[in-house]
Design a protein around this ligand. Structure first.
Ligand code: AVI
Length: 316
């Protein structure tokens, strides 16, 4: 039986429900997880290459510079679970260095990218059992019994944790702790506090790639949910909220307008905004506290010279 078509329908229905719920609220919002359709993922890859977007480059530099130290701390690990389907150089750096690693399990809800990644890694690491798991990593993951269960570590790079509000981030870390079990570890990328001007240009870059990335969400809704957003009537806004220590992305309506999505109509006043993303920036002390609330202790962390980013090793 073809399971793919019904699954796609369920996913689409969920997308529609989330969009309608978000745009029906008094303060309109859309979940940032919907940024990543094919075009959105391409645009995100372009963002990662931008001079202004320090995040990816800085994390990569930390991983390269401290690869030996990080690997020494994780030398006993037999099962590595990556949250998100990491095909990146960062993942490969870890796989190259972890001598006792038997199983590498990338976890992602989007299966297409997950299996592509797995095929490439399987080819390059023939000794390793590469076992993709199609799952929602915000929930505890039940690891197959065939995986070595004693020394399990999770890897969550990219500072994706910053896209969750702190109370959600604690829940997510609790789920990861349950996956790793007592004594297990989490290596996580955390974006740190820094001058506002640096953040502003990283999230509102001169080339306008982030603007296109943000606006692409409306293109996606038009295409997949039979909507009629006039994209030129919205603009990208990136704003730093210092009280909450986070960048907030919005799509702002330039005029008074009506938008139809399926059977539903939505009204926009001039200047009205849709919140599309939070990107929280932490101090080491704040993130240590957040991790503690989820049952993790900080073992060690590594940063760059400017202290823009931290790769932190946590233990349950
Ligand atoms: C995926 N995430 C860590 C990115 C960030 O920096 O918060 C998403 C992003 N949004 C705009 N630029 C990049």
């Amino acid at each position: 039986m073809d399971m793919i078509a019904p699954l796609q329908e369920v996913i689409l229905e969920r997308f529609y429900q989330d969009v309608v719920a978000g745009l029906s609220a008094a303060d309109k919002s859309l979940p940032c997880k919907y940024f990543y359709d094919q075009r959105g993922s391409q645009l995100f890859d372009q963002i990662c290459e931008l001079d202004a977007y320090y995040v990816t480059r800085t994390e990569m530099n930390i991983m390269q510079r401290f690869a030996h130290e990080i690997a020494a701390e994780l030398s006993h690990v037999e099962t590595l679970v990556e949250l998100g389907s990491g095909s990146s150089v960062k993942t490969r750096l870890l796989l190259d260095q972890l001598g006792r690693l038997a199983v590498y399990a990338p976890v992602d809800i989007s299966t297409e990218h997950l299996y592509e990644t797995a095929v490439a890694l399987k080819r390059d690491y023939p000794r390793l059992s590469v076992t993709p798991l199609s799952a929602d990593f915000t929930q505890p993951i039940c690891l197959p019994e065939s995986f070595p269960q004693e020394f399990v570590a999770a890897y969550f790079p990219g500072s994706t944790i910053g896209n969750f509000e702190p109370h959600q981030a604690i829940q997510l870390l609790r789920a990861i702790a349950a996956t790793c079990r007592l004594g297990g570890e989490l290596l996580i990328g955390v974006d740190l506090e820094k001058p506002e001007a640096v953040l502003q240009s990283a999230y509102d870059d001169p080339q306008q790639v982030t603007a296109e990335f943000n606006l692409n969400l409306l293109h996606r809704i038009n295409r997949e949910l039979d909507a009629d957003f006039q994209i030129s009537q919205f603009r990208h806004v990136a704003q730093f909220n210092s009280a909450a220590s986070r960048i907030e992305l919005y799509l702002e309506s330039l005029t008074e307008q009506q938008v139809t999505i399926g059977q539903q109509e939505f009204h926009f006043a001039p200047g009205e905004r849709i919140l599309t993303e939070y990107s929280h920036k932490y101090s080491i002390a704040q993130f240590t506290e957040l991790a503690a609330a989820a049952g993790f202790a900080v073992e060690e962390y590594w940063t760059d010279d400017r202290e823009y980013f931290a790769v932190m090793l946590l233990r349950v």
